[in-house]
Design a protein around this ligand. Structure first.
Ligand SMILES: *Cc1c(COP(=O)(O)O)cnc(C)c1O
Ligand SMILES: [Zn+2]
Length: 416
């Protein structure tokens, strides 16, 4: 079954058919997928969902695709881990980590790409394309390979090495562009009109792509036993993920899976690229674009397409938004690894460091059930850490050397 009733302009409310459209002809507002929630509510239940696959596709009634087989590498249904040791460090109570490093290509982008390419294939596209800060490139190249589609991926030339390798290995076309992500994205917008037969994941099929992020909210609620958390902390690049996580929780109420929800949604950015956090701090109504400069490259979008909608969702929910320095990002990566055994990329460091900051300021409270979204794997950004982590000590292969170098310290560790 497909419960999509069409696309609707987020600004003026005009309706459009569910095709490869992303802006309103009338007011240039972005389009959003509209569903028949009454019909979904009549069929969906915790049991019907539990009978589905252990991927995002268990929520397909709330995704904008037809019944054909999805383009699927197994995205979603990632672990939700209770994080008591991290909570104790931060002075928090019930804290959970949504570990999206466990996705097929190591980031949350697999959720959105699986949805985008499924819809693109249904619409008849044979080529998948995107502009990417890295993780989207990995995921588009992998899912296109899986679907037997060609891929054309545009990236800024200064991307982390692992992200380039993890894109190129799938055999698609990878174009490194001398410029920032915002330059790459502008080029992509031009290419979309030149090549209408290509599915640009973050341009002409973005409306569908974005819906994939709702599955983060769906999974968190299901994994908490069909309960909404009080507070989620979400990293912001374009702002799409945060906006759709908020939408996801409200949809669960509309279809009767949650009784009510008042989830506070807070945003996390790096200071070197913090247009949304800056607008929040200033009480501004518009987002002023910035030129990014931070180690958190996956979040380096200086002119975020959904920035205003993210800001609006944060304010409406009573959430907060903050930014952290690159040094704090590295501390955040280390803290999460040391306390919970999860190795996140720089975007995860942004989330954890921002969570720490909001906990210290009282914006995230000890009496709340808090979920932090850790969205990408640490192996993607090892260069960020290469100066700060390494062997504890290097020795010759002898017992004497070992005892001399480490003996006493090791005993102290064991006794603790
Ligand atoms: C893309 C990305 C995000 C956020 O993306 P939005 O553009 O805000 O939807 C967060 N974390 C990681 C690791 C990402 O790659
Ligand atoms: Zn409109």
């Amino acid at each position: 079954m497909n419960y999509v009733i069409g696309l609707r302009c987020r600004e003026c409310g005009r309706h459009y058919p569910a095709e490869a459209l992303h802006v309103c002809d009338f007011c240039f507002g972005p389009l959003e997928v509209a569903y028949d929630y009454e019909r979904i509510a009549a069929t969906i239940s915790p049991e019907s969902i539990a009978a589905g696959p252990r991927t995002i596709w268990r929520y397909r009634d709330l995704l904008p695709v037809d019944d054909d087989a999805p383009v699927d590498l197994g995205a979603g249904f990632t672990p939700l881990l209770r994080a008591d040791r991290l909570a104790a460090e931060l002075g928090l109570g019930e804290l959970w980590i949504k570990n999206d490093t466990a996705n097929p290509t190591g980031s949350f982008k697999d959720r959105v790409v699986s949805v985008a390419l499924t819809k693109a294939r249904q619409l008849g596209f044979k080529v998948a394309a995107c502009a990417s800060t890295g993780n989207l490139a990995n995921s588009v190249a992998a899912h296109a390979a899986r679907a037997g589609m060609a891929s054309i991926v545009l990236i800024p030339e200064d991307l982390e090495r692992a992200k380039v390798t993890m894109t190129a290995v799938y055999g698609g076309t990878v174009i490194a562009v001398r410029g920032s992500y915002d330059d790459v994205n502008r080029l992509c917008a031009e290419l979309t009109s030149e090549h209408p037969s290509w599915a640009f994941v973050n341009v002409n099929v973005r409306t569908y792509y974005a819906e994939g992020s709702k599955t983060l909210a769906f999974e968190v609620a299901e994994q908490l036993g069909w309960r909404a958390p009080d507070h989620v902390v979400v990293p912001i690049a374009s702002g799409s993920q945060l906006t759709k996580v908020a939408k996801g929780f409200s949809e669960l109420v509309k279809v009767g899976l949650l009784e009510h929800q008042a989830v506070r949604v807070s945003g996390a950015q790096a200071e070197g690229c913090s247009p949304v956090a800056t607008a929040f701090a200033n009480g501004a109504d518009a987002i002023s674009p910035v030129k990014p400069s931070t180690i958190a490259k996956s979040l380096s979008i200086g002119n975020p397409a959904d920035g205003w909608y993210a800001l609006d969702a944060i304010r409406r929910s009573g959430g907060s938004c903050a930014a952290v320095t690159d040094a704090e990002v590295l501390d955040g990566i280390g803290l999460l690894a040391r306390t919970e055994g999860i190795f996140a990329e720089t975007a995860g460091g942004v989330t954890i460091a921002t969570l720490a900051k909001l906990a210290a300021s009282g914006d995230v409270r000890r009496d709340e059930c808090v979920v932090a979204l850790v969205t990408g794997h640490g192996l993607k950004t090892v260069e960020a850490l290469s100066d700060t982590v390494g062997p504890t000590v290097t020795i010759n292969p002898s017992l004497g050397d070992f005892d001399a170098a480490l003996g006493e310290d090791l005993l102290i560790e064991e006794a603790r």
